[in-house]
Ligand binder design. Sequence first.
Ligand code: CP
Ligand code: NVA
Length: 321
Amino acid sequence: TKQTGPRHFLDLKDLDATTLRQILDVAAGMKQMQKGRRFPLHPRVPLAGRALGIILSKPSTRTRVSFEVGIRQLGGDAVILTPADMQIGRGETITDTARVLSRFVDALVLRTGRTENLHELARAASVPVINGLTPASHPVQILADILTYEEHRGPVKGRTFAWTGDGNNVLVSLIEGAVRFGFKLRAATPADMAPPQDVLDWAKKEGGDVVLTTDPRAAVDGANCVVTDTWLSMSDSEEESAMRLAKLSPYRVDAALMAQAAPDALFMHCLPAHIGEEVTEDVFEGPQSVVFDEAENRLHAQKGLLAWTMGGENWLSFGKE
Ligand code: CP
Ligand code: NVA
């Protein structure tokens, strides 16, 4: 698929498999370059003079710091913006905000509690817009997850990932990732917390191997990677928390559930974690858990993404000496 206009990164399904693979290859190359060096750490600053606007209307630790540090390592600058402090807070439209910010910065990241806001921003912006999490999806997280799996265990293609828990934004992007990167996915959620039907229909239409169940043991059985996330996302109402905890408790990743997976299975979680809820401490701290490598790889994966987004024709050379 040939994209016209800015190189938006709204969802994994919008990009073809080749481009997504190239982003991870560039990411891995830049990670190696960075790890192999002492001082100066960054003799190459391919995005010097570029600015990234990071708009956060929800809290963030990893997304914020990884984008901010990532663009700086590539020689560019970051501007962190919180809508409450912008004229958006006084009613300036997203469309006008997009048209103005496009005159100042070279790309935008948005984390929002309203998915439509991301699409409105992307329609009006003349610079690339990156999805930094919406209630509907979290594609940058899955880039980091795939990079992490492949560093530890080799190609994801043909492997089986299992998800157990809430059918949330991270699961939607994992489904899209399974299709684009060619791994199998078995997802267990309570029936009324299943991911949206449209993403399942899309996966089927694309020939993906994605199976939905309500049984966590069936999902995890023999899997190469077990993934979960919080039972209460930022967009969920606090009032639902007791109900959610009760419904989701059979989906907790504990040692017994992990034992159903392949012996060398990895455990992943996008963080922040709630120990004793979606995962027990022994699994989270145990030898199969790669959650902090996963967090680190947010930085590297996003540098690959920034290369594609802002690097022009030469972006594929960013990861090479
Ligand atoms: N995993 C993730 O996106 O973390 P933050 O909410 O801290 O950005
Ligand atoms: N599903 C979580 C992910 C946080 C990174 C949320 O949306 O709050």
